[in-house]
Design a protein around this ligand. Structure first.
Ligand code: SF4
Length: 418
């Protein structure tokens, strides 16, 4: 383990809830539908976060519990059954229906697992109903994906085959490139979870080696391990170095020779490092503060420090799974401050005191910080962008150099107008 200083903090938080993950999960599995069992607040969040879908046929909705439903649970169950029935009659193409719990106390009282069980027996296998919680009390926004995948693990078929399982949502084009690369490296059976079709779940068993694509899937990893899979511990595939070490962890577990790996990866690494150069020039020496939101903070800081020359002021992360993050922590500079949890006011005080060049944070904090003259990058953008793999490293660096560039232009303009 590195000499990173690990601290904990608790207090008021400023993060999106797990419902937000529906925005990328419904794109990944077009035959699935996410029905949020929640309040009007939840419906507003989903509509504004995924507003873009308003012009397409949406694959998410909200079963809003009205006042009358709250009077008695019997009403709430009936109401939910009615909404599900109407939805499936209207949308016969739905193959998997996720009932997503939220945080209003009336919803917490509902046993969605039992509702799912009841509906499953009623529907007799025509549609699969699963449930998980996206409640802001229990989850931050990326943990919604962990909940959704965890709900699918028991439905995965069992297999003894030797295979590599990539776990975590990837952009389809990035997934295709990574799978092809693993095939060229000599790993012939590679599957992804979640799959592109919700009913086409990959198999799992003692021959399965799991390589996590995203760092926020601890619960899913735990369940896959219980199904016999081996969880490979590696840095995450962000940046040239992280992606290379991530791939090497898989190839060495499959007994593939280092020389073969180098022969295939070296040209990609060379090209990616060249593409990074202009961004490195912009980012080197700039001071970076990451507020906790997505759990991507540690791998991002590692990439921006080691490959782009940025100085880390502080890394905040909503949760720290030390075991899963051990390979990342080893790569951080000595004495890097990593704070697990959040006390948003204290953190903002530290941001103001240290005055970094760039803050990675949630949307709610970005505008006030920008108004104080601090450049920001929204964490949520990193979850929607195709940033994984060696080839995507320059695109990833570009996402961070853009706000600095904009800040520079605004300063110049202000000086010119002064
Ligand atoms: S789940 Fe909770 S935090 Fe999320 S939108 Fe609904 S009420 Fe708000």
């Amino acid at each position: 383990m590195s000499g990173a200083t690990l601290l904990k903090e608790s207090g008021p938080r400023e993060v999106f809830c797990g419902l937000t993950s529906i925005v990328w999960l419904h794109r990944r599995m077009p035959d699935a539908f996410f029905l949020v069992v929640g309040s009007r607040t939840c419906a507003h969040l989903i509509q504004s976060a995924a507003g873009v879908m308003i012009f397409a046929e949406p694959r998410f909705g909200t079963a809003i519990l009205e006042e009358k439903d709250l009077a008695g649970l019997a009403d709430a169950h009936e109401e939910l059954d009615r909404v599900v029935h109407d939805l499936l009659a209207r949308r016969p193409e739905i193959r998997t229906l996720f009932l997503v719990g939220s945080c209003p106390s009336e919803v917490i009282k509902l046993d969605l697992a039992r509702v799912a069980e009841r509906l499953n027996s009623k529907l007799n296998g025509t549609v699969r109903i699963v449930n998980y919680s996206g409640s802001g009390i229990e989850t931050t926004f990326t943990q919604g994906e962990d909940g959704a995948l965890k709900a699918l693990v028991p439905l995965m078929p069992t297999s003894q085959d030797e295979q590599l399982l990539l776990v975590g949502t990837l952009a389809n084009a990035v997934e295709d490139r990574l799978v092809k690369l693993f095939n060229r490296l000599g790993i012939t059976k590679v599957s992804s979870f979640p799959p592109r079709q919700s009913t086409n779940l990959p198999s799992v068993g003692p021959g399965t080696r799991v390589l996590l694509v995203q760092p926020y899937l601890s619960e899913t990893a735990r369940l896959l391990k219980d199904r016999g899979a081996e969880i490979l511990c590696a840095p995450f595939p962000l940046g040239v170095e992280g992606s290379m070490l991530w791939m090497q962890t898989a190839t060495s577990s499959f007994g593939i020779k280092d020389s073969t790996v180098q022969e295939i990866l070296n040209p990609l690494i060379l090209r990616a490092r060249q593409a990074l150069t202009p961004y490195k020039e912009k980012l080197t020496g700039k001071r970076l503060f990451l507020l906790p939101e997505s759990q991507l903070e540690i791998p991002l800081a590692r990439f921006l420090n080691r490959e782009c020359g940025m100085q880390i002021v502080e890394i905040g992360t909503p949760y720290l799974n030390k075991e899963m993050m051990s390979k990342e922590l080893e790569l951080l500079p000595e004495n890097t401050v990593v704070v697990e949890g959040q006390h948003v006011e204290k953190q903002l005080d530290r941001v103001r005191e240290k005055h970094p060049d760039l803050v990675v944070c949630g949307m709610g904090l970005a505008n006030p910080l920008e108004a104080e003259g601090i450049s920001t990058k929204w964490s949520i953008e990193l979850v929607f962008s195709p940033i994984h793999g060696i080839d995507q490293s320059s695109d990833l660096a570009e996402l961070f150099s853009r706000p600095l560039h904009r800040h520079e232009l605004l300063n110049r303009k202000q000086l010119a107008n002064a």
